[in-house]
Design a binder for this molecule. Sequence first.
Ligand SMILES: Nc1ncnc2c1ncn2[C@@H]1O[C@H](COP(=O)(O)OP(=O)(O)O)[C@@H](O)[C@H]1O
Ligand SMILES: [Mg+2]
Length: 362
Amino acid sequence: MMENFDRNISYNDLPLLPPKKLLETTKVLRKTIVASRALAHLNGMLTNLPNPTLFLDTIHLLEAKASSEIENIITTNDDLYKSLVADKRFDSSATKEVLSYKEALWNGLHEIEVRPFISTNLCIDIVQNIKKNTAGIRTTPGTALKNAKGKTIYTPPAGEAVIREKLANLETFINENNTIDPLIKMALMHYQFEAIHPFSDGNGRTGRILLLLYLKLENLLDTPAIYLSEYIIKSKADYYNKLREVTENNNWESWILYMLEMVEFTANKGLKRLKEVTELMEHMATEIKEKLPKVYTKELVEILFRLPYTKRQFLIDEKLGTPKTVGNYLKDLENAGFLTSEKVGKEKLYLNYRLMAILDQS
Ligand SMILES: Nc1ncnc2c1ncn2[C@@H]1O[C@H](COP(=O)(O)OP(=O)(O)O)[C@@H](O)[C@H]1O
Ligand SMILES: [Mg+2]
């Protein structure tokens, strides 16, 4: 047990980064190599795509959904994809929160392009975007992490000055040049951010958005298309336990290995999914060309793969024809079995159900 830690008392003694302990053990270094290699493969595949950002929306929606689900904000894939595409606003509060998460991620990615570093203000921006409010750093005590039985497992530091000081240290650690491998740094950063727990809510989600921003900042992924929460949602108990283990037993190794496994697993899984989707896309392109030569264009096929649902307006926006013409394209695609349609409010949405089937696999 760490000397000054009591789960019921604000942990103002949370040690600053970097940890004094040697982190780069043989086990950690071996795993770092494997995880980096997996990530590099994914990056290579993404870079070689004719249109690397094509699937970004879909991947970020998956990420937003799982990261929110870790916090028990639950929505279905179908609802989510539909509400993103439809004019009609019929979404549940959970779906709305997931869509806000996605926006927060996009804004964050945009923000680091303008100002390429992770700062306290960026974190505040992100949490405000997720929560759609103006809450900032916690100023009053009372925030504690409880388990399902209501028992307190962790009480983060209290007092705005203390929190800001810890965040300033974190900010320096992230942005300064040091010799720690970026993937190991990412693990340290995530623990530290969660342990500081600067906000009264939204800490888990903000911390997970920072992971993607960091991969982009470090040029480990040129296109930030990785679905990291896919691993966390499958191993949530481990995620929680390993965070605790750092606090209670200074067990960094097990935490770092967990985070490296997350990178390796999701990079490999992402690569596999990306291959399936691109193969389906090529296959459908060939089939459409054959069966509906007048309808086929490369641009049209891309629209069908941007998100699982499509509508007439998307084709109009891409200048594929008059409303009447593109309406007929979609009807033809449906009649030929490529899409299925559904009326939502006043409009018709068209589902690329084969794409959806790949995304629904877990
Ligand atoms: N023992 C712990 N120490 C520090 N952070 C933890 C611990 N257990 C869980 N967490 C983090 O706290 C997050 C939940 O905090 P919360 O502010 O409610 O986030 P959100 O609103 O996004 O749900 C978890 O997702 C996890 O990242
Ligand atoms: Mg919460």
